[in-house]
Design a protein around this ligand. Structure first.
Ligand code: ADP
Ligand code: NA
Length: 330
């Protein structure tokens, strides 16, 4: 029986992933990898749409791949590879760019946000066509499902439009993918600023829980997390975003219901609750950190794994690309 295809990826934009990447992406991926023929990529071609130091980029890419594996993505079950190792991504992106409307690309809200952050003069054309590369990533593998955060939903919509457009112009070539939008219970916010998403590219990392951080540091960040004056451990996203965020993390990492955690801490202060959460986080991230470090200590083995997986990705991607060339007349 063939499993339906699934594609997802993450940018190697930091030395460590953060708790949101782990809870919002890796835990889901790990869960889905048995039922789907999953392709998980470290999207380094996406990362270079903003300036990168070459040495550091290569290192971040390896570290990101190591964290996928350390978090339980199994390279023998899923295809876990580095995007730039598979040449077809850039080639298909070019072809798809020729059927993408300029206005259509201009409506992508993430580009508007990012280009504002970098300023017009240091905004590259690559940043503008970022969603087209993402469409290529997804379509190359004939992916049926694409797990993404809310902010990527528009890009998957564009991917669907491009797939349908190509199929109607050149004959059925691509599977039209469906986004799997992350649940609210998997969305993690910054510990210091609990109304913005936790992010590995946050300006300050005071509110970011790093997967590979020293456990004592993570515990300290949790103890300092912003809460409120009410003093009761109660989920209320609107009025108690800090406490609600901590409850979300607690529940996601333990598999417990928020209500049962509220009950456990009823009548106790935030100090106790934070201590409990710090233990949960250290227990969960500690082993991941150890496995990641072990993988990074054996670069030859990690490279071998990534090369073998890239070869598997190549096979599928090349078949799609050959079909595309044929149909377009190349
Ligand atoms: P970052 O903002 O850390 O650079 P990315 O944009 O590279 O994260 O996202 C990589 C994956 O991690 C995506 O699937 C995204 O939905 C998920 N993710 C990122 N931040 C969070 C968060 N704060 N909460 C839940 N999921 C997140
Ligand atoms: Na694999």
């Amino acid at each position: 029986m063939t499993r339906p295809r699934l594609y997802s990826g993450m940018q190697p934009s930091a030395d460590s992933l953060q708790a949101g990447n782990y809870i919002g992406a890796l835990l889901q991926w790990r869960e889905m990898q048995s039922s789907y023929d999953a392709f998980f990529s470290v999207v380094d071609l996406h990362a270079i749409t903003v300036p990168q130091n070459p040495e550091e980029l290569r290192e971040k890419t390896r570290r990101t791949a190591a964290q996928y594996i350390a978090a339980g993505i199994e390279p023998s079950k899923s295809t876990l590879y580095v995007q730039s190792h598979v040449r077809a991504h850039a080639e298909l992106a070019w072809i798809l760019s020729t059927i993408t409307g300029f206005g259509e690309a201009g409506r992508m809200t993430q580009f508007k946000d990012k280009s504002q952050r970098y300023g017009q003069d240091s905004t590259s054309v690559g940043l503008f066509t970022y969603p087209v590369l993402m469409a290529a990533d997804i379509l190359l593998y004939q992916s049926e499902l694409v797990p993404v955060g809310d902010d990527q939903k528009q890009h998957v919509e564009l991917t669907r439009d491009l797939a349908e457009r190509f199929n109607s112009r050149f004959g059925t070539t691509f599977t039209v993918p469906t986004p799997v939008i992350q649940k609210d219970t998997a969305r993690i916010y910054d510990l210091q600023n609990p109304t913005s998403k936790m992010s590995k590219s946050a300006e300050s990392d005071a509110g970011v829980l790093w997967l590979l951080d020293d456990p004592a540091k993570s515990a300290k960040k949790i103890m300092r997390a912003v809460t409120d004056n009410e003093g009761s451990v109660r989920f209320d996203r609107e009025n108690k975003p800090g406490v609600s965020n901590l409850l979300t993390i607690y529940a996601a990492l333990t598999g417990r219901q928020v209500g049962s955690i509220e009950d456990e801490y009823a009548g106790r202060g935030y100090g106790d609750f934070k201590k409990g959460l710090a233990e949960v986080v250290v227990d969960e991230f500690g082993p991941v950190r150890e496995r990641a470090n072990a993988l990074l200590d054996d670069p030859a083995e990690l490279d071998r794994l990534l090369a073998a997986n890239a070869a598997r990705a190549d096979e599928v991607a090349d078949a799609t690309l050959a079909d595309v060339y044929e149909r377009v007349g190349l």
